[in-house]
Design a protein around this ligand. Sequence first.
Ligand code: HEC
Length: 322
Amino acid sequence: MHDQAIYGVKPEGRLKVTYTEETFNFPDGEEYKLQTPHYEITDWYAENIAPEDLRISVRIPLRHVGMGQMMALDLDELKRLAAKSNYPEYGISGRLNYITERGIKQIGVSGNKAQHADLTVELGFSSDLGVTNDRYPEEVCQGQSQMMGFANYGIQVSTQDMEDVDLYMQTLGVPARRNVTNETVKKGEEMFYKAKCQLCHTPTLHTRPRGTVLLNGTQLPWLGSQTIHPYSDYLLHDMGPGLDDGYPSGLAAGCEWRTTPLWGIGLQEVVNGHTYFLHDGRARNLTEAIMWHDGEGAASRILFSRMSKEERSALLTFIESL
Ligand code: HEC
């Protein structure tokens, strides 16, 4: 939704967010709060489309590190993981998203629901920035009655420029871990395994031998044959009704989300200037992010909540070292 517009045209609408907050206690008595967001569209521009007929899903931007490694992932390894990722004792079974892009059915790896096979630079230009390009030559507001009479400005970004952005994104490195020998961090890592977080936040994966291919077909061989530590299986998991946005993408149902890669998460505050987590940023810190885990993530949440305050805090310190 575009809440800004060019001169003389109404923005599509504005997003109104209100929260209800509830207080809970860990079994040891420590308090935590969860806020549930409620979304409403106001100042909606179109009389012929009722706002209540719209489907909305609210997202905060993902951390853009390790994009090249993600694009170079060994997809056979992901397939094996999906076949293996079945832990009935913890209620966990991950699956791959398949989507059809450019007429080809492919495995989705990028996006909160693994709904894209690549970095969708062209979609970013078109849908987020309103910049037409060779893959999306039409203005995103095409068809809006208020656009009648506006000139067609043609293609606004060259394919070469988009290829450069694609190369830039694919080469944004993953920050090195910090404080790896710190005792609390090491204890927290043990707790991460104790809470079975690794069953979805897979510590180690591999990239395929020849690396990745850019939009223009150029190979980036140096991204190939790497052992990487994304802390994600890139699979979809049912995270329960609380996180259900009712917005299916490809095979992913409303309640299904791709395990968010945790690499670089400890530097989010420094780099992005905030500590909001989960797809819509409803969690204000790591504890809240974990306590929202439900559905396939429930077993982990319960194991985490039963830990002592010191163990929970060590686990968070470990995550901050990623
Ligand atoms: C069943 C698979 C699964 C398990 C087990 C699991 N997670 Fe997650 N985790 C997810 C998914 C899926 C998301 C994305 C949910 C969303 O965005 O709504 C997520 C999101 C997160 C986030 C937020 C990341 C961000 O940048 O927004 C953190 C932090 C996190 N998990 C930590 C943990 C920890 C710690 C544990 C163990 C106590 C754990 N997870 C266990 C699947 C899992």
